[in-house]
Design a protein. Sequence first.
Length: 395
Amino acid sequence: MNGLATEKVANGSRAHIVGWGMAVPERVLDNHGLSALVDTSDEWIRQRTGIVERHIAGDGETTLSLSLRAAQSALEVANLDPAQLDLVVVATVTPDYAFPATACLLQDALGAEHAAAFDLSAGCSGFVYGLSVAADLIAAGNYRHCLVVGAETLSRITDWSDRNTCVLFGDGAGAVILEANGASGGILSSVLGADGSGKDLLILPAGGSAQPASAETVQARQHTVQMDGRQVFRFATRIMPDASRQVLSQAGLAVEDVSLIIPHQANDRILQSAARSLGIEETRIYSNLSRYGNTSSASIPMALCEAIEQDLVKRDDILLLTGFGAGLTWAAMVLRWSLPLPVPVPPRRMTFWRNLRYRWVQLRSRWRRFWRRVDAHLFQILYDAEGRRKRGKGD
Ligand code: COA
């Protein structure tokens, strides 16, 4: 029986990031490749967005498979066994299925047998929403270790004949492990917001209860992203600085205290505008947009991973994460980095055993699925036999 992996932790514990990882598909589609598909050019895409290339999921690659790779790396960095996880959250707008949640599939694939699991849909703000929820559950004393993933395969809901949208998006996943501990620092404050009156500005119109899938919805391309780019742009340039100021003031900090801003990667012009509005140099805003495009809820954790890898994050640094997206939603978070970097690389032997464990978990999951079918079959046989016995008595 599943249950909490750890005893209740102390109320008011702080959530600290102790592991991180990311994954992108191997296949890369650059702007020149795109200009073979739609009427666009490398020059237009670079100038208007800052994007040069993006990664696109290959056959068999899904939001789950990318999440799994990112989560395994994060667990490796945290030197944590999946059985120690209490919670798995996957922020995504491109789950493997409408249900069950991709988080449940991930929980099974990792063998996180004591973890609760759910998906979170808050557009490109999803990852920060997820971090905030997990941090609050840690502060309430409910959980000790939470895995928060932002993962997308946006290429599966992209209209590859619409130049207004197809140049923007890419696929990928990023994950972090949050740990409850008494040390100072960690997640200091967060601001989450929503304005559903902007629902039409960025929407996947069909496939839900409002417009169930039908031949007509497929023909009308209602199962792909539809966006009013200009309106979203205006919203983003206003909300990113507003939410950033609000979350900093909540934490008792000023813009000058921030070492690095890790924003949602949507458009370099949005980032430049945010820098101007906040009055900070662009070098303090991390951008990897050129290589990945907009990966929605994966963009902030992927950017965080790369900023760490590039030695841009040091102990006691104040980081500001900020995003916006479909909903409309927005989210901002301030944290004080509490872990010394770089983290020690786990010995090869340990990695070998971990990989073996993942193989075993996979086999166990298959066995459980098989046994469920056998069990159902046996139950049916017994049920039929019982029916025949009762009918025989009645005669
Ligand atoms: N290649 C070439 N031309 C294109 C094009 C493309 N890929 N996409 C649009 N155009 C054309 C338009 O048709 C338009 O032509 P017109 O003037 O003849 O009508 C012209 O370029 C300008 O279009 P516009 O929409 O004003 O461009 P823009 O400068 O606003 O840039 C976006 C468009 C989408 C890049 C920009 O609005 C944006 O980034 N918005 C935010 C989107 C976003 O972040 N979404 C995700 C949120 S999480």
